[in-house]
Design a protein around this ligand. Sequence first.
Ligand code: GLN
Ligand code: ZN
Length: 763
Amino acid sequence: MKISSLGFPRIGRQRELKFALERYWRSEATLTELKNVACELKRTHWQWQADAGVELLPVGDFAYYDQVLTLSATLNVIPARHRVTQADGSQAPVDIDTLFRVARGRSQTGQHACAAEMTKFFNTNYHYQVPELSADQAFEIAYDQLFDDVTEAQQLGHQAKPVLLGPVTYLYLSKSLTEFNKLVLLPPLLVAYQQILSRFAAQGVSWVQFDEPVLAADLTDEWQQAIRQSYQTLAQQKPASLNILLASYYGSIAHHQALVSALPVEGLHLDLVSAPEQLDVFVNALSSQQVLSIGVVNGRNVWAADVDLIADKVTELATRLGDRLWITPSCSLLHCPVDVEVESQLITPLLGQLAFAKQKLFELNEIYQLIVGQGSATSQAIIDRCQQRRLAKAAAANQQVVERVSQLTADDFERDSPFARRIIAQQQKLALPLLPTTTIGSFPQTPAIRGLRSRWRKGEINDNDYRSQLEQVTQDTISRQLKLGLDVLVHGEAERNDMVEYFGEQLDGVGFTQFGWVQSYGSRCVKPPLIYGDVSRPKPMTVDWATYAQSLTDKPVKGMLTGPVTILHWSFAREDIPRKDIANQLALAVRDEVVDLESAGIGIIQIDEPAFREGLPIKQSQWADYLTWAVDAFKLSAAGVEDATQIHTHMCYSEFNDTINAIAAMDADVITIETSRSRMELLSAFEDFHYPNEIGPGVYDIHSPNIPTVDEMVDLMTKASQKVPVKQLWVNPDCGLKTRTWDEVEPALRNMIAAAKVLRRLS
Ligand code: GLN
Ligand code: ZN
């Protein structure tokens, strides 16, 4: 048996890469300095993996911005607008700066040139740069980083195993610039992949890992054929010294078992954390030479693994396959923070319970020791530690919460009356005009506000001063909204630095790390909360701010909450109970807050669910199950209020065509969505469905510093009113305004309100 690794996070345990990149982008560091940081990180990460017993070290998992972008550069798939033309008319070679121009949207002269689109990588929170393919796309090796990294690892005395996306997943994730079947590009793409393989072989590489996570999806015949064709072609043409490891992850690939088992590849990786049941069918079909790599430690979570239980399960297979069995994390460790050893302020329930990327490799080492050294003192020590950890975890349970969830009845998920009745009560109470105007919640987070929060966190100002200064900010935010003439106000969220963290910090059963950063895209990282135990709300979380804001005006101020599904998806969640149960615990905590807001006189409450879609399984055939519990969790959070209390929800970066039934089942009185960039296209799903509740389709693209004109917004709302009856419509921006400045926000909202007035006259 061997210990193996599919990939390691590159950002660095103190986010060294992030800071080096940003220094370089600000011209405060040279390219050499940036490369030195990169070299140091690669060197350290390889060494850690080698120390844990990994022989074949992943290379190519390092990227200056994104590994998909690195592959595009390798293949010369670079949009024309980001290229540099030299004095003689020829194109300058692709280099690191090319990558940054693509990702950050710059042209040759440093001017704005639309960045490549960014999309979530399968069902993860990692965003990749979408390759743009033309119908006559040529592929040729144009960027050498992959090969240079192999050399770098070899010079350090390591055996390098290059890791890159396989050709089919690469094509699948690309977008075609014109209408054509992307698969026509497979043959030329395979030629380029063959060239890549030849270069690796010339470097003395023995194993290459091709990641094909697309195998976890439902694939049409055509895409299945692409898999077959790719690996047959590559096998036929590759140098004999080179072995291919085909890696799948993020879900079961058992539905493609016959296809995959017939592929002429030397090794196959299965993610047994997300789909343990797929092991048997593949083991039985393994050829006598093939390596089986099994992902047994979760690469997407932060919890210490039960290595003793894993070892028990793997022992028999290890005996059967010997060196042909590799044990690994389930997927690349990219989605995991780097090193728990730098955490010095963990709360007791988290102590000893965590394993980040570095620790996960040592867990594999422990599994190895348990299997090869059965009965030894070392083995016993490992087993004792596991048992102690499980005992400590059990002690952190909250029986009251568990009971509350188990006693839920169907009634708890439903409002008192159907929407048609509720809306009448709400209209009577709120007396809003036709096409009411509102915003999504946050207002500009100025340097002063950020500074205030950070001084308070550091203890440099006391609670009272902090409170009164935030009250001033809120007062200012309310008075600006009153001057603008918005119909439904918000308090502005100045006290929140992040919409999940703010709630996580106030919930029992949720903890935080200091350095548990995970790359989201480029230099951007997130530090998700850790849901380690049963979740409950010890005391109100937002009521003070909401009632303070409401006390300043007679107009309704919306209470502003993050929904249970979004909190769950943007956290690292425990694995010992179903996600559905965690969602319901979170929902009950949010519900208590909703009810408290209502009692405190808040008549409109928004429960944000921007991450609602993120939990969708890769296979469409499994969507229904997820949607059922996700919709239920939202309903549970909202259903505690009277008919006259209006519940809003908000979603952004969403498509609705394929989930409109679920969106309707959530039964929010009002949903606000991001629609301005699609020019109301996204509203078609609601139109076709005859969606009955109210909708605020965004008319102001908050991602852009541009100030939309009255005409533009009238135009968008006119489009909207052709899809949804005017009496159901609200007028609002796409999303929160925290990243914008008041200079942008005030004129934009002034125009938005003017547009609403124009439309009211026309209607
Ligand atoms: N209420 C949040 C805000 O306005 C919503 C953010 C989001 O949808 N991502 O910032
Ligand atoms: Zn949003």
